[in-house]
Write a protein that binds this ligand. Structure first.
Ligand code: WTA
Length: 575
């Protein structure tokens, strides 16, 4: 689906020429911009906040925070102090040490950001959990990471089965204290302890290869896996923030993602602050009016969001836009799903600028293939690889394919923000790489003669719904826990707004009859057990599901049924 090429966009962008920069690029050169290159004192939180607080940006706003009840702004110096206090609190009450996992399970708030940075300042590995997770999702992640410290709220604590979590010994509660107590578990009140915590903190300097953050993400099989990133990733967060987001110290930047997902940390915390930008964080649910009002009220200049959100805004109509003054905006970007050409055209019409697509994933830690502001845009293409990144298309044997042939999108191992570990599963980590050191992404794509990459789909069964990545196995496992469900197979079904929706095929146990009530009950079961976004929007009952002789549900066949496509090779299917 090749569409018209569009001329490059006017503007004074930091990356002036993609080709020239690529020719002369080296990661070492970027590294030299960090003082740790000389001092050896490395810590992401220091680079993102303290460095600015010690310099000219001291009194500049680092964070604008807003939700239904609060509206607060913090300068870099105030963020330095807030995170120092939070670090003290974690050190003195929970004895948090380098390398320990500190999980954060709470809605967005200034406290979340302070604690996040405070934990990093102690050298801890932060594990952010999306606030909508229910018990099943929380347990899997806390157990696998053997987290000792959890930061949460009274409202979310009931979703944490504390007694089941052997490693957990300290819970920090932000806000009102709950009534529950647990044997052997220290319950700390953030609100009480933060008052006494001093605002100066001895930062734990780390090695650039020390662990910094774990994001759990889904594959097509097995439980979610813990993707570990290290402090070294800051090199790439910084340079992509500078060249792709085009951030500088005069920008007010808004990333709409929650820090429970990788976009909300790499580009909701690290990239903007490493570049000294003012960061806007908005809590609460999506409402078109509120979104435009956020841009107007804070004079947002650079905006990073996702195709589903743009499609929803598009669906809300252009009249709403007329009510707001959006002239501060100068650059808009998108990630997480294919960006439809019609969305780009809509963006051009209503914002007078093109939305720039960026491609990357949890495992890659930062952007890899992008539409740079300085690059001529091929609408519908993800763009070209970042300088310093080698990308290609390989076949299933890891052999590189020529231009215009569809295959597996692969990246040469060794970029700064690459994941360093799948927590507890070294063999899984190795399985991502070919013998020639290509990281195989799980996406299919092709590259054209001019080096632009075109996304075609997922190779595996991973579902992208509303920009959120959902593993079918996790949903199927939750479904079969329901008393009525004998077997379940889950697929992504194309959807005009959400990219894909989750559809479940279910074979019922004997004695159960299909009904609307049962459908609703099964949906609620997933909603309450896993997360609302993981609950199937559609459920269809079948007498029997297609399975291999070894008993694996054949999702490929379910998908073919759903989309009226040929089912392909059925030789492994049971009779
Ligand atoms: C998909 C989100 C098309 C892709 C940062 C990838 C995209 C998965 C794009 C990673 C894009 C991401 N165009 N598809 N520009 N960006 N994807 O780990 O399938 O939540 O493998 O990371 O999202 O999702 P994840």
């Amino acid at each position: 689906m090749k569409l018209e090429a569009l001329p490059s966009i006017d503007g004074n962008y930091q990356l002036q020429s993609y080709d020239k920069t690529r020719d002369s690029f080296s990661w070492e050169q970027v590294e030299k911009e960090f003082s740790w290159h000389r001092t050896g004192r490395i810590n992401m939180a220091y680079e993102a906040i303290d460095r600015h607080a010690e310099g000219a940006l001291k009194d500049k706003i680092a964070l604008h925070y807003r939700d239904n009840n609060r509206s607060e702004s913090y300068t870099f110096e105030e963020m330095r102090q807030l995170s120092n206090r939070a670090g003290h609190l974690l050190r003195s009450t929970a004895q948090v040490q380098k390398g320990e996992r500190v999980f954060i399970f709470m809605p967005r708030s200034p406290e979340l950001y302070g604690l996040f940075l405070g934990a990093l300042k102690l050298g801890a590995i932060v594990g952010p959990l999306f606030e909508a997770f229910m018990e099943g999702a929380v347990v899997d992640r806390l157990e696998d990471s053997s987290a000792r410290v959890l930061i949460t709220t009274k409202e979310l604590l009931p979703r944490v089965p504390v007694a089941k979590l052997a490693a957990l010994d300290t819970i920090v509660i932000v806000g009102d204290m709950p009534d529950e107590t647990y044997e052997g578990v220290n319950m700390i009140s953030y609100n009480a302890a933060i008052q006494e915590a001093p605002s100066e903190l001895q930062i734990e300097w780390v090695d650039r290869e020390d662990g910094m953050i774990i994001h759990y993400t889904s594959g097509s099989t097995g439980k979610p896996k813990g993707v570990l990133h290290v402090h070294n990733a800051m090199i790439q967060h910084y340079v992509t923030g500078k060249w792709v987001l085009d951030l500088n110290e005069n920008d007010t930047y808004w990333c709409t993602a929650d820090p429970g997902w990788v976009t909300g940390t790499s580009y909701g915390i690290f990239a903007p602050w490493l570049n000294g930008a003012t960061n806007v964080v908005v809590g609460g649910r999506f409402k078109p009016e509120d979104w435009y009002k956020t841009i107007e009220d804070f004079n947002v200049t650079v905006w990073y969001s996702a195709p589903t959100a743009f499609r929803m805004l598009m669906g809300a109509g252009n009249d709403i836009i007329q009510q707001f003054d959006l002239k501060s905006l100068r650059h808009i970007l998108s990630v997480g799903e294919p960006l439809n050409p019609e969305v780009i055209r809509w963006g051009k019409q209503v914002f007078q600028m093109r939305i720039h697509d960026t491609w990357w994933m949890t495992e890659t830690g930062a952007m890899l293939i992008c539409n740079y502001p300085c690059l001529e845009m091929r609408v519908g293409s993800m763009g070209k690889p970042l300088p310093g990144i080698e990308a290609t298309i390989v076949d299933d044997n890891g052999v590189e394919l020529p231009a215009n042939q569809m295959g597996n999108l692969a990246i040469k191992r060794g970029w700064p923000s690459m994941m360093r570990e799948i927590w507890n599963r070294p063999e899984k980590y190795d399985s991502y790489f070919t013998a020639n050191d290509w990281y195989v992404s799980g996406d299919s794509a092709y590259k054209d003669e001019e080096g632009y990459f075109w996304f075609q789909g997922r190779v595996d069964d991973v579902i992208m719904t509303s920009g959120e990545r959902v593993g079918p196995f996790e949903v199927e496992s939750k479904l079969v826990e329901h008393p009525a469900v004998a077997e379940a197979g889950v697929i992504g079904k194309p959807d005009a707004i959400r990219g894909e929706i989750i559809k479940a095929f279910i074979a019922l146990r004997t004695g159960y009859e299909a009904s609307d009530e049962l459908i609703e009950d099964i949906r609620q079961h997933v909603k309450k057990g896993l997360a609302a976004h993981a609950a199937p929007r559609e459920i269809e009952f079948k007498d029997k599901l297609p399975k291999t002789r070894s008993g694996k549900i054949m999702r490929r066949v379910l998908k073919a049924w759903e989309l009226d496509l040929p089912t392909g090779d059925l030789s492994t299917m049971e009779d």
